[in-house]
Design a protein around this ligand. Sequence first.
Ligand SMILES: [Zn+2]
Length: 272
Amino acid sequence: MSRPAIPEDIKRRVRQHCGYGCIICGKMPTEYEHVTPYAKCQAHDFENIVLLCPWHHTEVTAGRLYKREVETWRANPYLRQQQNSGFYEPLLSPMFKVVFGNCGVAIPVDRKFNLFNINGYVPFSFLLGSKPKFNLDIFGRDGKLALSIIENVIEFRAHFFWDITLTGTKFKVVGPNRKVFLDISITDGIVNFKTFRSVISNVPVIINKNGIHLPNTKNSTSQMGFAIESEELDNLFVTGEPGWVRSQKSLMSFDWLPSPSYAEAWNALFNV
Ligand SMILES: [Zn+2]
């Protein structure tokens, strides 16, 4: 009889327990390891499965790293120890296009590009071409960085998230209230931002299949604006919902938005 797959809910509990990275070193990507071999126990018990990076998995499989060591790490996974960050630096193939929700954006290659800034703060930027580079920030309830991508290097605070999965070319990050905070896939040189959710400069920013949303919040006290941050936009084309795209050539123009407190902005992330 063939071995059944590990049930999805068991895998998620294992990820949550292990902090989404290798229990020994914190790195992604990870593989599932049965501490007591499946052949022996014939079961997929949550308590018997851990996340290991390919390197540590190899060491365990080869017998150079003992199972009892793995059990010790499972009791106190690297990313569950305070102040530890998950870490991953993918090797990226050439990329030439970025899609945000319903907006196809053909952006200049080999030039650093910021789609927009919010009060001078850039939530994500790209350098597309043969050596693509990504930068992106997601902030947590406390206003501190929960996940950052700096020149492709992903770091995250495990305790903030409900789930993080790296499956093939898909990277998905789920935050509190089980809301998706980041959902990216890369196929044939096209980066597809299905979802992005973060508070940037006290402004809630949400990208989903309907486009880019900047939800209004109550008790707002001031105004904020947005601007495209590239001086060379001849190659920029933006398509999207009428009303927020002013020019097919170069400019995205957003309405002025209220500036809530961080807490209000944070709560607005969960209404969409
Ligand atoms: Zn490891």
